[in-house]
Every structure is written in structure tokens, then in C-alpha cells.
Design a protein. Structure first.
Length: 94
């Protein structure tokens, strides 16, 4: 199944929500699953992005739906990157 990397930045509203309810992070993962994708890995990071998520989704339309649905809440801005394994990438070079 295709893999995508989601780089997220919290808005002020997102920071307030997270501070009031830290378990919201796990609730969002369930929301992602309801939208047809699955969170494989999730990290909180320091720097330009607050979170890095690796998800799998059946297609680009599904991951677009996830990105728009989460972004529409106003708590985060997401940059979505399609990802290839090294073997998949090397195969494209042949």
C-alpha cells in the first residue's frame, strides 16, 4: 500500500487543544483510520514541524481527504509527501 509522510505544524488553537487534552493525538489517529488510511509511525519533533507521521493509504485521493479533513479543523497545517522505499525508487531508475 502507498506510504505518505505528513509533516504537521500546530496552530495556536492546536496547541491549546493539545495542552487541554493530550489524548487528542490518539483520537486523531482513529479519525485518520475512519477516513481510510492508517498511521504507521508518529513522532513529536522540535523545530519547523511539530509532528511527523508516516501513514499508509490506498491512493492519493484518500490521503488528500485525510489532509483536508485534518487541516479544516484549524488546529494544524499539514504538508503531505508521497514516499517510496529505496527498492521502489531504485526500480524507477532501471
Amino acid at each position: 500500500m502507498p506510504i505518505y509522510v505528513l509533516l504537521s505544524r500546530l496552530s495556536q488553537q492546536g496547541v491549546a487543544t493539545l495542552k487541554a487534552n493530550p489524548d487528542r493525538l490518539r483520537e486523531v489517529n482513529r479519525d485518520v483510520e475512519e477516513l481510510g488510511a492508517r498511521v504507521l509511525h508518529q513522532w513529536a519533533t522540535l523545530g519547523e514541524f511539530d509532528f511527523v507521521n508516516v501513514i499508509e493509504a490506498p491512493d492519493t485521493a484518500t490521503v488528500a481527504r485525510v489532509s483536508v479533513a485534518l487541516g479544516a479543523r484549524g488546529s494544524t497545517k499539514i504538508q503531505t509527501l508521497p514516499a517510496l522505499t529505496i527498492d521502489e525508487f531504485v526500480a524507477t531508475l532501471s
